[in-house]
Design a protein around this ligand. Sequence first.
Ligand code: MRU
Length: 351
Amino acid sequence: MRTVEWDYTQNKVNLIDQRLLPGELRILSLNNYFEVAAAIKEMVVRGAPAIGATAAFGMAIAAHQSDARNTKEFQSDLKEASEILGSTRPTAVNLVWAINKINLILLNADLTVEELRIAVLEEAQRIADEDVIINRRMAEFGAKLIDDGDTIIHHCNTGALAAVDWGTALGVIRMAHSQGKKIHVLVGETRPRLQGARLTAWELEQYSIPYDIITDSAAGYFLQSKEVNKVIFGADRVAANGDIANKIGTYPLAVTSCENGVPTYAVVPFSTIDFSIYSGWDIPIEERDPEEVLDLKFRSMPIAPERATARNPAFDVTPNKYITAIVTESGVIYPPFSENLKHAFRENSIG
Ligand code: MRU
């Protein structure tokens, strides 16, 4: 199944509960938009494109359940839903991008409540369907950068689970593998929520792609020892100048790969590029509960003293100078990113 889907028989949102993987593959059925918002916040579903599509379906469930008697009341109900869904996670811009797309539909004051309900669901479905097409296109462009025999460091989870299907950076790896290229993936475990060890490794097993899990701090060792040919990751928000906010640990990984002359690629749909923000320093960075860092056991023992405190930024910003190229649905974009991203986006919108 897809990571997130609209259930047309029950008018609910179904998604894979990513908290349980790799132990259990369970589908969760969400009954209202409050449950959808909680699922995004608690990372039942995570990954920038996946939370965008989920928020869009959250708006569709709000539309389905609104008992508004006229268009104005309906718009006000959906405004409330958009505020709750939009405030769940701050960094991945796909969330507000998807909600804004639904809000544009709602501006159509000539439509009846029933017509708007249908139009909102159609738009949410379109966002989900296009996500799959775009990811596949990026995978095809990105696979051209991968050579037979490559060893690749991948960070976080950017696969089918992080999107509606296929995924971004992991989609590229999957495509290169399906083309018969022999590749080996070094999977950064991605502390503290272990998206690499739990989710990326699980996905790689589904695709029969050889891998080893490495601790995040081992990346430098492998880059220095010349065992690695490429570094590849996704993004949660890219500024107009190509600075990239992605899962915490991306910045040191990119700096070290650059230092060692290893090509470093970000795979990013245009829905993740925020042209309203010029540089990465304007991207809001989510800081999550310190318990995610501390509440771990090693050989059944707590990993830190009982009264230990922690900090838990979920993302960091990689300045554009550490990025070799950005793979988008309109092709592979090279520096200078400020000009070339804008140009590619315009071409893509026209084409
Ligand atoms: O906190 P998460 O798991 O939602 O973070 C996900 C990432 O950082 C991914 O690398 C990112 O969304 C890009 S891949 C689609």
